[in-house]
Ligand binder design. Structure first.
Ligand SMILES: Nc1nc2c(ncn2[C@@H]2O[C@H](COP(=O)(O)OP(=O)(O)OP(=O)(O)O)[C@@H](O)[C@H]2O)c(=O)[nH]1
Ligand SMILES: [Mg+2]
Length: 194
């Protein structure tokens, strides 16, 4: 959280984290496509010609009030590909809430688990504990065949029983439910800290 007292603005950082190709960028693209420009700024994406995120995507939302101040929600995605580990660490700095975008496909379970461990380690290096941190899980790609059941995904990935959402991000299903949940958790945390 960063407060600009002169402008009475609170900057809150929400990071979409998850394995490569799980649908993180697709979430931000959908959010950007549905919101008016008075609420959402430009979507900034740094990607390869194959549409893989190289460093991050960024979208700023200007919604509501917290104790008279204007919160700005800065949404970021990390690059999921294994070799961008150092970028993920940089993007996590100062994070206030996380959406873990899991890929529901059976053959992506190992990548989901590995990326969740990567997240836990990176948070703890920053002195944050995933057990008490605001985060939610999104089980994406529910439209595909060859996907894992929610029970199994829950058993493997949701040890801390955080809120979870099923989604088909390409169609927008579940995208705003997920966003609302993480915004609410982040607001609760910010209100306590102000
Ligand atoms: N069938 C299906 N495809 C999806 C869904 N969500 C995303 N995709 C597709 O999956 C591919 C990867 O999506 P991205 O949003 O670029 O994935 P990412 O997590 O940002 O990937 P990296 O930037 O490499 O970490 C794209 O072709 C999307 O259109 C979904 O719910 N269902
Ligand atoms: Mg991406």
């Amino acid at each position: 959280m960063f407060i600009n007292w002169a402008l009475q603005e609170i900057n809150l950082k929400i990071v979409y984290y998850g394995p490569g190709m799980s649908g993180k960028t697709t979430n931000l693209e959908y959010i950007h496509s549905k919101l008016d420009s008075s609420v959402a700024g430009d979507l900034v994406s740094l990607k390869t010609k194959e549409d893989r995120t190289i460093f991050f995507d960024f979208l700023q939302l200007d919604v509501g009030r917290i104790k008279g101040k204007r919160p700005k929600f800065n949404l970021y995605t990390v690059p999921g590909q294994v070799f961008y580990a150092s970028s993920r660490k940089i993007i996590l700095k100062g994070v206030d809430g996380i959406v873990f975008v899991a890929d529901s496909q059976k053959d992506r379970m190992d990548s989901n688990i590995e990326t969740l461990l990567d997240l836990e380690n990176n948070l703890s290096e920053e002195g944050m504990d995933i057990k008490v941190f605001p985060w939610v899980i999104q089980y994406n790609k529910r439209d595909l065949t060859g996907i894992e059941s929610i029970d199994i995904l829950q058993g493997e990935l949701n040890r801390y029983k955080v809120p979870y959402f099923e989604s088909v991000a390409v169609n927008g299903d579940g995208v705003f439910n997920t966003l609302k949940a993480i915004i609410n958790s982040v607001i609760l945390k910010a209100q306590k800290e102000l």
